[in-house]
Design a binder for this molecule. Structure first.
Ligand code: FES
Length: 107
């Protein structure tokens, strides 16, 4: 199990325990975290799972991947170097305690 902390733009935090192997988007949707819609089901085709990786975790998650993920992030608002698609972050033991910050809104 991996603990993931989702922090809304307002500062409200949601901590969930999720099984390894699923994505940070799936963990959020399964646990009712507001602000991550995951409309495309994780195919990197909607950008409704845009999040900012907390700076301390960026080395472990890595930046957005070239290709599909970066292209889709072009459709999100207020993208920066910490932007990722949560559906493209697969949870594993190394990410236990991960902190993801949500944008003001999706699209
Ligand atoms: Fe659609 Fe992540 S769920 S891009």
């Amino acid at each position: 199990m991996t603990k993931v902390n989702y922090i809304e733009a307002s500062g409200r935090a949601h901590t969930v325990e999720a099984e390894n192997g699923i994505s940070a988007m799936e963990a959020a949707v399964k646990n009712g975290v507001p602000g991550i819609d995951g409309d495309c089901g994780g195919a990197a085709a909607c950008a409704t799972c845009h999040i900012y990786v907390d700076p301390e975790w960026l080395a472990k998650t890595g930046p957005a991947a070239d290709g599909l993920e970066k292209s889709m992030l072009e459709f999100a608002e207020d993208v920066n170097e910490r932007s990722r698609l949560a559906c493209q972050i697969t949870l594993n033991d190394a990410l236990d305690g991960l902190v993801l910050r949500l944008p003001d809104r999706q699209h």
